[in-house]
Design a protein. Structure first.
Length: 300
């Protein structure tokens, strides 16, 4: 595959530290392989203030928006679908929630909803928990490794009306993603909706269309540094300046020590096939931009 997937293949051939640093720039997922971006450990100290936690979340959003075009439009599309299909009162799980960018937006739009935010990065979980304290009655944070054996046992409840994810699940390989979709089919109510907002490549058979989308990406960014540099600088700045996050940074490095990025990226067709195999129906794209970022929807 060319374009974006060619870039991924180049990343895989890089030196290990560079590979992990650049490859992870796209995600805030539960499989966030970012330990190598920060070679020095944090130092414990006073925790950030309430305003500082909120500022950290907002700064996370800014750096994500620099490498994920139309991020807010994608979020708005997710919110519109949730409200149209489920109304204003529902339960939803946010997979690979990071510090809660989408989860908080859901509760701002639907105050009667209940959100379960799941991630495996201790730093992002800490920021999310602290930045969303005003929403404590409506959001539950879960520390779990999505798709691993027994990860759903960490959930406080089942029978979700919806499951959403944003820029997260492309880091799962095919066997793990298939198991995860099977888990979702088991813990979602019949008729529930799954919305995955992520880069989902068109696949090998659509080389010309893929070339077009990657030319659009190159015209926008030009280099990997322009596209992913803000992500790396954000992590270094947070570890350097937020001393109270020192224990969380050390835990993250312990969790992801020796982790490697998956080979390549599963295509849109792969996701569709695996969702059907897990028991989902009406699987199709509801939103997309010109760089293969799309919202794939499925009905349980």
């Amino acid at each position: 595959m060319v374009g974006f997937c060619r870039i991924l293949c180049w990343i895989v051939r890089c030196e290990p530290e560079s590979r992990v640093r650049i490859h992870t720039a796209l995600t805030c997922s539960a499989r966030t392989f970012i330990y190598a971006a920060n070679p020095t450990g944090g130092v414990t100290g006073s925790a950030p203030s309430a305003k500082a936690w909120t500022a950290l979340l907002r700064s996370w959003d800014r750096q994500q928006e620099s490498s994920i075009p139309n991020r807010e439009s994608k979020f708005e599309a997710v919110l519109t679908v949730l409200g149209t299909y489920l109304g204003r009162r529902f339960t939803v799980m946010d997979l690979g929630s990071g510090p809660g960018s989408l989860a908080v937006r859901i509760l701002e739009r639907f105050p009667q909803a209940r959100v379960t935010a799941v991630d495996f990065d201790p730093v992002l979980l800490k920021i999310g928990r602290e930045a969303s304290k005003a929403l404590d009655r409506h959001i539950t944070w879960v520390d779990a490794d999505i798709g691993s054996a027994g990860w759903t046992e960490q959930l406080p409840s089942m029978g979700f009306d919806a499951v959403v994810s944003s820029t997260a699940l492309h880091w799962l390989d095919r066997p793990r993603l298939g198991r995860m979709y099977g888990d979702l089919a088991r813990i979602m109510r019949k008729g529930g909706i799954f919305l995955n907002g992520d880069v989902l490549p068109l696949g090998e058979a659509k080389k010309t269309l893929t070339d077009i989308t990657e030319k659009i990406r190159f015209d926008r960014y030009g280099t990997l540094e322009v596209e992913f540099g803000p992500w790396e600088r954000w992590w270094k700045k947070v570890e350097r300046e937020q001393k109270g996050l020192g224990p969380a940074f050390r835990e993250r490095k312990a969790r992801f020590a020796g982790a490697t990025a998956p080979e390549g990226m599963l295509s849109l067709e792969d996701h569709v096939q695996l969702l059907h195999a897990a028991g989902f129906s009406e699987v199709d794209t509801l939103w997309q931009n010109l760089m293969q970022d799309r919202i794939l929807a499925a009905i349980r």
